[in-house]
Design a protein. Structure first.
Length: 95
């Protein structure tokens, strides 16, 4: 899709992305989805299941596993956190 316009192969684009952000594009997308789900949970806009669906997960269990991998806690633990603590945890999630 971007190859004809920017004259870069998928491999070159992936390597440049990896150098710039330290992770492949697919990993970055997963982490962004987790962050979006956690933002919705923190803002108390619904259930964990609803937040996982909005973030693009068909399975609430998979969302739980991803959150656990990146934050070492459960999604529900993000409800009611102080804003500073919440933002710090989200920053750690993307790195």
């Amino acid at each position: 899709m971007c190859e004809p316009r920017h004259k870069r192969s998928k491999t070159t684009l992936r390597e440049q992305f990896l150098r710039a952000l330290g992770m492949p594009p697919s990993e970055y997308i997963v982490r962004c989805r987790v962050r979006e789900g956690l933002r919705r949970i923190w803002a108390d806009t619904g259930t964990v299941e609803a937040a996982s669906i909005v973030a693009g997960y068909r399975s609430c269990n998979k969302f739980y596993r991803r959150v656990g991998r990146y934050t070492a806690t459960t999604p529900a633990a993000f409800r009611g956190l102080d804003l500073d603590v919440f933002e710090r945890l989200l920053d750690d999630c993307v790195r």
